[in-house]
Design a protein around this ligand. Structure first.
Ligand code: AMP
Length: 463
């Protein structure tokens, strides 16, 4: 068994990892850490849940532990597509670097500039940033990038989805040519490959597949709204919620505006519900998420983009107010319930017009979703299998998977992280009446973006 010590990490990090309870490196860590420590560029093809944050944070800390921070001249830069992901990387950094004197600053939008500047002025070893706020601070002269020795780009394919590649290219051009680059992406579309070819030097390529599956039982149900009007869908949602066993849940909508409307409607009907999407202030999103995590808030109404990757504890229910446009999102959404062997239930509302989306979902999961009628509690005449076996889609657009088993086995990552769009490419004109994330994320209003689930795979489970 490879240990963290075998990978070449020093005692301070080993102690921190011990405290974190990590027994052994994950495959992406075992593959990335040694070449990263030796100074090589690393191209990691891995998804959330594989332990990739530690795969780049640990060697970064080890390498930086020898030098000292200078005012406004960070020695390392970690770029993340979303605010929440950046915040979670910062949390990981704090955990792993707790036995060192290294400092970090989180440069994300939606929060005041001043406190970020104060930390930059005092000197931060590591900048963890979303592209938009980093460029804002750079243009204001508050951060200089010519001292960056190690650059990390996380979730590059999501940066592409969100329209950040021009920003990334601008940032890359301002960094010293002589630097180390650690680059992570779940998939390698041509645009990302081109970035790698242009900005990395002979990278060591490490590719890991999704973590081993965790037996997870998710009961999947389909309910039919009487028509496709929002009113009848909301009515059906309330019926789906108002049943025994519904402790808490995440309600997914395909569009941001529906997220707001559905949350307001539920609250009007006396339910504890709040929206989360990219147009909301960062502070509001953080508060909402905290309230949901603490149990104070019972229902989180979310868009795929806003919910993707959020590190949310197990929920009893997932509700699909809309059948997602992208069938992979279905698997990621339902993976938020039924974690770690707990029973979970995912209820999808079907309305006329959803046939194509439903067919794609059922093709993806390789089974029909059981249709039920909450009005009477009766199942409709056509029998459907009660449970299906699904597998988390692979990064490549998934081919249908077939299964006849009655249990759902979903392969999902141990924790999912972030979401929120920072900025649209700077060369695009801002959209008028929309919130900042509309203009910054070409896909943030209604475009479905693949999300990530939350399960803990067996190999991550601590004995
Ligand atoms: P990530 O893929 O970086 O989002 O990590 C997913 C989760 O796995 C996080 O909650 C980490 O704390 C956890 N994790 C990372 N590395 C290990 C490890 N070697 N052993 C156990 N858990 C880990």
């Amino acid at each position: 068994m490879t240990t963290f010590a075998d990978l070449g990490l020093g005692q301070k990090l080993l102690d921190a990892l011990d405290t974190a309870g990590y027994k052994e490196p994950t495959p992406i860590q075992a593959g990335s850490i040694p070449p990263a420590l030796s100074g090589r560029d690393v191209l990691g093809i891995a998804q959330t849940g594989t332990g990739k944050t530690a795969a780049f944070t640990l060697p970064l800390i080890e390498k930086l532990s020898k030098g000292r921070a200078k005012a406004r001249m960070p020695r390392s830069l970690i770029l993340s597509p979303t605010r929440e992901l950046a915040a979670q990387i910062a949390e990981n950094f704090d955990n792993y670097a707790k036995n060192t004197k290294l400092t970090k600053v989180l440069l994300i939008g939606g929060v005041a500039f001043g406190p970020q500047e104060d930390i930059l002025n005092r000197g931060a070893d590591v900048v963890i940033a979303t592209p938009g706020r980093l460029l804002d601070q750079f243009e204001r002269g508050k951060v200089l990038l010519n001292g960056v020795q190690v650059l990390v780009i996380d979730e590059a394919d999501r940066m592409l989805d969100m329209g950040f590649i021009p920003d990334i290219e601008r940032i890359l051009k301002t960094l010293p040519a002589k630097r180390q680059t650690l680059f992570f992406s779940a998939t390698m579309p041509p645009e990302i490959q081109s970035l790698v070819d242009r900005f990395m030097s002979d990278p060591e390529r490490i590719e890991v597949s999704r973590p081993a599956s965790t037996a997870t039982t998710i009961k999947q149900l389909l309910v039919r709204a009487s028509d496709k009007t929002p009113k009848s869908k909301r009515e059906m949602l309330r019926k789906a919620i108002d049943r025994d066993g519904v402790k808490n849940g995440i309600i997914f909508c395909n569009r941001k505006r529906d997220v707001d409307i559905v949350a307001r409607s539920l609250a009007k009907h006396g339910l504890s519900a709040a929206p989360i999407h990219g147009d909301l202030d960062q502070s509001v999103r953080t508060k909402t998420l905290d309230a949901f995590k603490s149990g104070e808030l019972r229902f989180l109404v979310a868009s795929d983009v806003a919910a993707r990757g959020l590190d949310i504890p197990a929920v009893s229910h997932v509700f699909n107010y809309d059948i997602p446009h992208n069938s992979e999102d279905y698997v990621h959404r339902i993976g938020r319930t039924g974690r770690a062997g707990l029973e979970g239930e995912a209820v999808s509302i079907f309305a006329p017009g959803d046939e194509k989306n439903l067919a794609a979902v059922e093709k993806m999961i390789g089974n029909k979703i059981e249709a039920v009628d909450f009005k009477t509690g009766n199942k409709p005449a056509e029998p459907r299998p009660a449970k299906t076996e699904t597998r988390e889609p692979k990064p490549a657009k998934g081919a249908p998977r077939k299964s006849n088993a009655a249990k759902a086995e979903v392969e999902t990552p141990p924790s999912a992280k972030p979401e929120t769009v920072e900025k649209a490419p700077r060369n695009k004109p801002p959209a008028k009446a929309s919130g900042r994330n509309d203009r910054r994320n070409p896909r943030s209003d209604g475009g479905s973006v693949t999300g990530f689930g939350d399960d803990v795979p067996d190999f991550f489970k601590l004995s």
